[in-house]
Design a protein around this ligand. Structure first.
Ligand code: NAD
Ligand code: TYD
Length: 336
């Protein structure tokens, strides 16, 4: 049975990928390795077939723990594990350097030692920095000019992955995706935060003038692109992933309020994020042309599905917001 190791598989996108990969291939086994930081939640993996899924709680930046956790000769290791929230990286950059940079190097080393056949690093468009309003979208040739500690740590990891390919001939490849949204996203990120606040008639804090632009993609489309790159992409190559869907933040927030039938008076313009990137936009021509991947979910359809999911899974986001989702983890796995 082919085996994929998925690090960070209890997070938002990782859990989506685990579910999708297991559904698509009934012969696949997945080993999920995740530290269950505040962003990891086993409830995100509810419903995965237990006979083909193993969960290990461990830290990707600890080499011994990874040597124990990663099975010999696995077919692939897909690394989603990361500290991911820009605002947190401004407050505590150290954790970002440790997990995102050191953790990625540990995984590359362990993957080589254990004969893991392929390595895929899940990265972000934020490594390219910020665009002006008229600039063309990021291609893979765009220089790396990250602005936030989060983006800088992801850029550092990207360079280590490319170096491992160049130096050791390791089969390692990279995807750089734009902003994701969908079910199970932690309600600190724009769409689930605004959605859950609006459902409770609480204020929606929009940074600065709300005229920053993000390029949105539904999680399922991102996961499908990762599978396409993993199975059909080239070693040592970078693939940008995006759905050509740029929106002003304020328009996204207004669309959420419209869908929910809530008033725009809930919007509160608040102090801007320090060093806030103005615009991201991805040119996905390479992944489309080489691998035939296309996004399948429009923004309107994806947002409607996401809103429906948060309405129907109030227990999930309320337990995340009040902290009770963590109740049993330390009891089950020991305090880390
Ligand atoms: P997330 O914050 O929801 O999940 C991250 C997961 O990593 C959590 O389950 C957490 O417990 C785990 N983790 C953190 N530190 C760890 C460590 N030291 N050892 C083991 N596990 C650890 O993040 P996400 O939004 O699902 O993002 C997943 C990946 O995709 C990240 O690498 C991120 O940079 C990348 N990405 C995210 C987006 C986006 O819009 N969310 C866009 C492009 C790329
Ligand atoms: P976020 O979801 O944090 O993703 P990223 O910063 O990685 O793109 O934020 C998306 C955009 O929304 C970004 O321009 C910052 C803005 N934003 C707000 O205006 N208010 C908020 O409360 C949050 C969390 C984000």
């Amino acid at each position: 049975m082919p085996t994929y190791v998925v690090t960070g598989g209890a997070g938002f996108i990782g859990s989506n990928f685990v579910r999708l990969a297991l559904e698509r291939d009934a012969g696949l086994k997945v080993v999920t390795i995740d530290l269950l930081t505040y962003a990891g939640n086993l409830a995100n993996l509810v419903g995965v077939p237990l006979e083909r899924h193993t969960f290990i709680r461990a830290d990707i930046s600890v080499a011994d723990a990874m040597a124990d956790a990663v099975p010999d000769g696995a077919d692939a290791l897909i690394n989603f594990a990361a500290e991911t929230h820009v605002d947190r990286s401004i407050l505590s950059p150290g954790a970002f350097a440790r997990t995102n940079v050191v953790g990625t190097q540990v995984l590359l080393d362990v993957a080589r030692e254990k004969g893991v056949k392929r390595f895929l690093q899940v990265s972000t468009d934020e490594v390219y920095g910020s665009l002006g309003p008229e600039d063309p979208a990021f291609t893979e040739a765009h220089p790396l000019v990250p602005s936030s500690p989060y983006a800088a740590s992801k850029a550092g990891a990207d360079l280590l992955v490319l170096a491992a390919h160049h130096t050791y001939g390791q089969d390692a490849r990279l995807t750089r995706c734009s902003n994701n949204y969908g079910p199970y996203q932690f309600p600190e990120k724009l769409i689930p935060l605004m959605l859950s606040n609006a459902l409770d008639d609480r204020p929606l804090p929009v940074y600065g003038d709300g005229r920053q632009v993000r390029d949105w993609i539904y999680t399922d489309d991102h996961s499908r692109a990762i599978l396409a790159v993993l199975e059909g992409g080239r070693p040592g190559a970078v693939y940008n992933i995006g759905a050509r869907c740029e929106r002003f933040n304020i328009d996204v927030v207004r669309a959420i309020l419209r869908e929910l039938g809530k008033p725009e008076s809930l919007i509160q313009l608040v102090k801007d994020r320090p060093g806030h990137d103005r615009r991201y936009a991805i040119d996905p021509t390479r992944v489309e042309a080489e691998l035939g991947w296309r996004p399948e979910v429009s923004f309107e359809e994806g947002l409607a599905r996401t809103i429906r999911w948060y309405r129907e899974h109030e227990d999930w986001w309320r337990r995340v917001k009040d902290g009770s989702y963590r109740e049993f983890y330390d009891e089950w796995y020991g305090d880390r």
